[in-house]
Design a protein. Structure first.
Length: 182
């Protein structure tokens, strides 16, 4: 049986599978957010867990069309340059967000939202990293694995892989390394 949640999309693997059920989701940060259905249900469980620990996370970004990814890529390139863009933003067609299995989360604290690098060093990142696997998620671009994933460290970028998340975390490997092993 194939686990489609284990599809690989990265700088060299084009997003070629998009038969997931993508649904509109509830996000106080992004009213136009969409995710794959099972991924969203898992995120809600993670969000509830994090809430019990005193933090409020929301979906900053989920499913993205190829056109939206192109817009984000071009805007980032204009604002931050090509080098930064290639380190942190996928080219259109090569983004995990196009599967609906990836979610970038943000933090709501003191009636303000903190996204991406604004959360740097915040304890919520460690809390999520330590527990994401319990909900089927991995930190897709972990620190120290940039040469494997092709992207800089993004502790806010989660990828739903299901039960395999526990193995990936336990072995401290990336999705690429896991798929190479199996």
């Amino acid at each position: 049986m194939t686990n489609n949640y284990l599809i690989l999309v990265n700088k060299t693997h084009l997003c070629s599978y998009n038969d997931f059920k993508i649904i509109k989701v509830n996000s106080a940060y992004n009213p136009d957010a969409y995710l794959e259905e099972v991924t969203y249900k898992a995120f809600l469980k993670l969000k509830d867990f994090v809430k019990k620990e005193g933090y409020d996370i929301e979906i900053e970004s989920g499913y993205r069309s190829k056109e939206l990814q192109e817009k984000i890529f071009n805007e980032t390139k204009e604002q931050k340059g090509l080098e930064h863009t290639l380190k942190f933003v996928a080219k259109p067609g090569y983004s995990e967000h196009q599967t609906g299995l990836s979610v970038d989360f943000c933090l709501k604290e003191n009636n303000k939202f903190y996204v991406d690098f604004e959360m740097q060093e915040h304890p919520v990142l460690k809390l999520v990293a330590d527990n994401a696997d319990k909900f089927g998620f991995i930190i897709r671009y972990p620190k120290g694995k940039e040469n494997i994933t092709g992207y800089g460290y993004e502790p806010w970028h989660l990828r739903y892989v299901g039960e395999v998340a526990k193995i990936i975390k336990e072995k401290n490997i990336t999705l690429e390394e896991y798929l190479e092993e199996v």
